[in-house]
Design a protein around this ligand. Structure first.
Ligand SMILES: NC(=O)c1ccc[n+]([C@@H]2O[C@H](COP(=O)([O-])OP(=O)(O)OC[C@H]3O[C@@H](n4cnc5c(N)ncnc54)[C@H](O)[C@@H]3O)[C@@H](O)[C@H]2O)c1
Length: 252
């Protein structure tokens, strides 16, 4: 029960990595608000409740200021406090700069980066009331290295890492920590169009040794375990860090 007494929000938790993080947090005693723009979040909540978790679903588009404020208000009204914000929602629309529309560029920055500005801006006063807290931002290996055909996504993920560091500096004295998880290839929906670019998912899996030296995809639970550590007091001196979970992808 490493998160007993803590209240957490996980954005984009209707599926994939976010759903795994919400489950892991709840298993360890946290009260969790599963937030997503898709209704599937309600199914994740049902699954967690079946094993005794104290969770709620709150539908939110994280790029919308009033919706994020409502998410924070709802969490505090329902569970009485806020200790952990896991900013996991994200999108990836591949393309070179010339082929990316302004709409795609703006939407990528709004969902991936502005969302973190909003949850942090509205969440910090509640973390302060709790005597501190942990903000966990989902970056990517693309927070550290670029890849062809992913310019908007790469730019957004680079911004997330530096935003995380800036938040860590500004709130270090208040026991409010901010860290960034940088995963390698995890098999989730966000990668569908990226996989198509790479010749299809079968091709990605057959060639995974070439780019992810552990020779397999990373499981969502393996990211959730790192999020759990960063959410818990076990990581109390960690803030402003990039925690790379990439099976040695960026070690070369
Ligand atoms: N899968 C990978 O290989 C990988 C690698 C590095 C980083 N990541 C990051 O992990 C995070 C989770 O992605 P995933 O792999 O689980 O993919 P996913 O597509 O399964 O999950 C992303 C979730 O974000 C939600 N979302 C999208 N737009 C939203 C919005 N406007 N408001 C609220 N929710 C919204 C989606 O509905 C979805 O549930 C993302 O930030 C992604 O960039 C994933």
């Amino acid at each position: 029960m490493r998160l007993l007494g803590k209240v957490a929000i996980v954005t984009g938790a209707g599926r994939g990595i976010g759903a795994a993080i919400a489950k892991r947090f709840a298993e360890e005693g946290a009260k969790v608000v599963v937030s997503d723009i898709i209704e599937q979040g309600a199914e994740v909540v049902e699954e967690i409740r079946k094993v005794g978790g104290d969770v709620e679903f709150f539908r939110t588009d994280v790029s919308e200021s009033n919706q994020v404020q409502n998410l924070i208000n709802y969490t505090v009204e329902r569970f009485g406090a806020l200790h952990v914000i896991c900013n996991n929602a994200g999108i990836n629309v591949p393309g070179k700069i010339e082929n990316i529309t302004e709409e795609v560029w703006d939407r990528t920055m709004d969902v991936n980066v502005k969302s973190m500005y909003l949850t942090t801006k509205f969440g910090i006063p509640e973390l302060r009331i709790s005597g501190g807290g942990s903000i966990i931002n989902l970056g990517s290996v693309n927070s550290l290295v670029a890849e062809p055909m992913l310019s908007a996504y790469v730019a957004s993920k680079g911004a997330i890492l530096m935003l995380t560091k800036a938040i860590a500096l500004d709130y270090a004295k208040e026991n409010i920590r901010a860290n960034c998880i940088c995963p390698g290839w995890v098999n989730t929906t966000i990668n569908d169009s990226h996989a198509n670019l790479m010749g299809g998912i079968e091709n990605v899996l057959n060639s995974i040794d070439d780019f992810q030296p552990i020779g397999r995809v990373i499981r969502t639970e393996e990211i959730a375990n790192v999020a759990l550590f960063l959410a818990s007091d076990e990581s109390s001196a960690m803030t402003g860090s990039a925690v790379v979970v990439d099976g040695a992808m960026t070690a070369k």
